[in-house]
Ligand binder design. Sequence first.
Ligand code: ATP
Length: 351
Amino acid sequence: MASLELSGINKTYDNGFVAVRDFNLAIQDKEFVVFVGPSGCGKSTTLRMIAGLESISAGELYIGDEKMNDVPSADRDIAMVFQSYALYPHMTVYDNIAFGLHLRKVPKAEIRKKVFEVSRILELEELLERKPKALSGGQKQRVAMGRAIVREPKVFLMDEPLSNLDAKLRVQMRAEIAKLHKRLQATFIYVTHDQTEAMTLGDRIVVMKDGVIMQADTPENLYNSPANMFVAGFIGTPAMSFIDVEIQGNTLKWGDCEIVAPILNVNARVAVLGVRCEDVHITNNMNQNYATVEAVEMHGADSFVTLNCGQQMLLARMDSSRAKNISGQVPVYIDINKIHLFDKENGKAIG
Ligand code: ATP
């Protein structure tokens, strides 16, 4: 069983900087969990504490039923894949993959069998005699993955493993990693700052900011029910539009615009309205408001239209075929069933 439990985990570095604060998370056996957040939010530090590469300042870490705080990294039954791949440059691909097994004194014939098996899974068979400098970025990344897989750990830890690859290869390797997870039936914990990578890979995503968990949830829930403005703005491309509104009964007002929300359990007089671009429609149907087109950005089939709506910015997504003819004043409909409201002071979701 490779479930993990992180309970009240804190990390204070020697200089007094608190990088991770009161981190609580239970990870299930075979789950794919992604830590995501902006640079410096503490994702790598948390992963390194799980790996045993960084000490835990306070709190408890369990892998299965065993407390791991003071267990050396090598005895944790985990394998880590780094952004830099960390391959041995003087060794062939075969020896790089086999190295960990040699250290553990696994018999040669068994090593050979395992290396070939892993090479087949990762399509490295043709490259076994090469040294890392004769490999492309994607191939090096696969070797690094092979070195982790061959050890058959219960938990895989991956720290931005795709960030050195070009955009196309990243998408390809992302699919490979998802397949590997299904095939290996192991627990994966994956660090990235790329929310698209997080959304496509994770069973569950932990969004972090300044060393604190902002929300830990499924991709769907993060997208549809963000707990606060940070998550709402971080998850989803392009980012959600935020509009300062006044609340009068069920009506939300700003500038010369207003919308009527279905049910509103809010005491506040002011709030921040959050709207995703797919919920803004430039249409005469059920029109309530007018906006001015400020910019149209074409992205293939879809275009993103920046609107000035009651003196605040609102982004709309529409078919590029329609968007190219759009300009000036346009009628705007916001889907009131899809809106989000946030507390203006603390950014938490309300309503
Ligand atoms: P990135 O995406 O840039 O790698 P991250 O979310 O993984 O960021 P961490 O590497 O975990 O962030 O770092 C969290 C914070 O801790 C950062 O502000 C970083 O500067 C700080 N930090 C990291 N290592 C040390 C250290 N050895 N001593 C002091 N502070 C550190």
